[in-house]
Design a protein. Structure first.
Length: 194
């Protein structure tokens, strides 16, 4: 879902132009950035699902009991937003914190019942996730909608800003094309398991 997260960040950039683009992109995948060292340390794990090797799109159950728990995601989002409020102000900090939490919201339809409510799966409450990764074509379609929608919203805003400033709209087109191409390439790599 990496491409979809980036597409969502591009859509947010169209509504909050004062937020640095790089910070929006980082915020959209911050939970995964934190997941990786925990994965390598064995604190969080991935397990093959559905007879695959766990490397292709949606073929792993991800036991990210700390970073992808509902309460954990809220805490990570709050801390990220507070840290970002220092250089960019409360509004941008709140937006960036919300973008971090959007990761959990966008992962919910994709994951295979592997997202706990409490960090560490404390209290062993029912695990969340609608399992759309079990239908790769539907999961890819949803992700593609996020990429294309985010790129279109970003282009529309950048184009309007360029026109208002009397500048060329070429940079808006180039940036939007780059978002779409990188999103499609990322989605394609996910589908083939690279």
């Amino acid at each position: 879902m990496i491409a979809g997260h980036f597409g969502f960040a591009a859509a947010v950039k169209s509504r909050v132009p004062g937020a640095p683009t790089w910070s929006l992109m980082l915020a959209s995948v911050w939970m995964d950035v934190l997941f990786l060292p925990l994965l390598f340390a064995g604190v969080e794990t991935m397990q093959p699902f559905g007879g695959g090797d766990g490397k292709a799109y949606g073929t792993a159950v991800i036991h990210a009991d700390w970073t992808h728990s509902l309460v954990g995601a809220l805490l990570i989002s709050a801390v990220f937003g507070l840290v970002c409020a220092v250089p960019w102000g409360r509004k941008i900090g709140a937006v960036l914190g919300a973008v971090v939490f959007s990761h959990w919201v966008l992962d919910l339809p994709m994951h295979h019942h592997d997202m706990p409510v409490l960090p560490g799966n404390a209290a062993h409450l029912p695990l969340l996730g609608f399992g759309l990764w079990s239908v790769p074509a539907a999961a890819a379609a949803l992700e593609l909608v996020l990429v294309l929608g985010g790129a279109w919203l970003y282009w529309r805003r950048a184009n309007a800003t360029s026109l208002a400033a009397g500048a060329s709209t070429r940079s808006a087109r180039v940036a939007s094309i780059a978002i779409v191409i990188s999103g499609i390439v990322t989605l394609g790599l996910n589908l083939v398991g690279v």
